[in-house]
Write a protein that binds this ligand. Structure first.
Ligand code: KG4
Ligand code: ZN
Length: 348
């Protein structure tokens, strides 16, 4: 361990972005590249796991070569190799993890298996050196919608989760209903700018309920009915959906904060954290509670390898490394002690 001089190679391949990055102990991103598979999945309206795994297998090695070359480094200059080991689409995760194992073995460097959700959860600390534990985290991505108290590296208490769809999933389904294609979140956000957020009456599932959990399935069905009625402009549906989703987040998050022990800041991470309206509403919520608000820059919100390399740095600083026979995990909750939540489905 070389403190600020430490360099970790990070690898991300859990969904539809193949990514590699080199990050230092003093938070410098020396190089990072992302190969998006958007075009390969677009005709299917969502991520096809088999296509994703094959694309990772083709793209990853050249991408790693490219980031090393961008930084003018070789593997010998790195202190460890960190890769997402789950949760995610298992074929892709295996490609990244096995690649990391091979590199770690060949270069005699430690392997660090990263929980992708921990990558998102710690990404705000890569962006903001002043962010101290414990902080309240809203983690909103394509597969997850959770409120956690982040107590330290590897130490999470989950206060809320979704009982059905994740927030990113709701954005993606709304995009599909409105014919905006894939990926949906950014397209819905853009179209919503031209619409009236009060034009279409939509439900706010679980609003004011005692437990701070989320639900978006009913909202999605209401979006479908509004669209099929033919009575509304797509821009009004997009704006009204986004407003309903934001109202739910504000209400549920406020409830979770009431139940949470003291924190230093309110933090948002994950792909939906790239949404400007969501960020604005959370900033206001934080201000009303006298909390500092921290959101990573947009490029660190959606899937990337810099956050995986950074989580590797944080774990390395704790003396962690993983054995070469560590398994890829399709499911890997941040708080394994959290009670499963009764609902339409169970999301870790
Ligand atoms: O974290 P992420 O890149 O991948 C997962 O780990 O799931 O999150 C992707 C999700 C997708 O559902 C995408 O539609 C959503 O984040 N997303 C957005 C925006 N950018 C990405 N949702 C709303 N507004 C955005 N600007
Ligand atoms: Zn993610």
């Amino acid at each position: 361990m070389r403190g600020a001089e430490t360099v970790v190679l990070g690898i991300e391949s859990s969904c539809d972005e193949t990514a590699a990055a080199l990050v230092t102990g003093d938070r410098r991103i020396l190089a990072q590249r992302i190969a998006s598979q958007e075009a390969a999945h677009a005709p299917y309206g969502g991520v096809v796991p088999e296509i994703a795994a094959r694309a990772h297998a083709e793209k990853l090695a050249p991408l790693i070569e490219a980031v090393l070359s961008d930084a003018g480094m070789t593997l010998a200059d790195c202190d460890a190799v960190a890769a997402t080991a789950g949760p995610g689409l298992i074929g892709g995760v295996m490609v990244g993890l096995v690649t990391a194992k091979a590199l770690a073995m060949a270069s005699d460097k430690p392997l660090i298996a990263i929980n992708h959700l921990e990558g998102h959860a710690l990404s705000p600390r890569l962006a903001d050196p002043e962010l101290e534990f414990p902080y309240a985290l809203l983690l909103v991505s394509g597969g997850h919608c959770q409120v956690l108290r982040v107590e330290g590296v590897g130490r999470y208490t989950r206060l809320a989760t979704t009982i059905d769809d994740a927030l990113g999933e709701a954005f993606d389904k709304t995009a599909k209903i409105l014919g905006l294609g894939y990926p949906g979140g950014p397209a819905v956000e853009k179209l919503a700018l031209e619409g009236d957020p009060r034009a279409v009456p939509l439900p706010r599932p679980l609003l004011s309920s005692e437990e701070p959990h989320f639900s978006f399935a009913g909202l999605k069905s209401a979006v479908l009915r509004a669209s099929e009625s033919g009575k509304h402009r797509p821009a009004d549906i997009a704006a009204s959906f986004q407003q309903a989703a934001i109202d739910c987040i504000e209400d549920r998050l406020a409830r979770a904060l009431e139940k949470m022990d003291e924190v230093t800041a309110l933090v948002v991470a994950g792909g939906v954290a790239a949404n400007r309206q969501v960020r604005q509403s959370l900033e206001a919520l934080a201000a009303s509670r006298g909390l500092r608000f921290v959101a990573p820059p947009l490029e660190l919100c959606t899937d990337n390898a810099a956050m995986i390399a950074w989580a590797g740095i944080e774990r390395l600083q704790q003396g962690a490394s993983d054995p070469l026979d560590i398994a890829a995990r399709p499911r890997w909750p941040l708080d394994p002690a959290a009670e499963p939540v009764r609902g339409a489905g169970y999301k870790a």
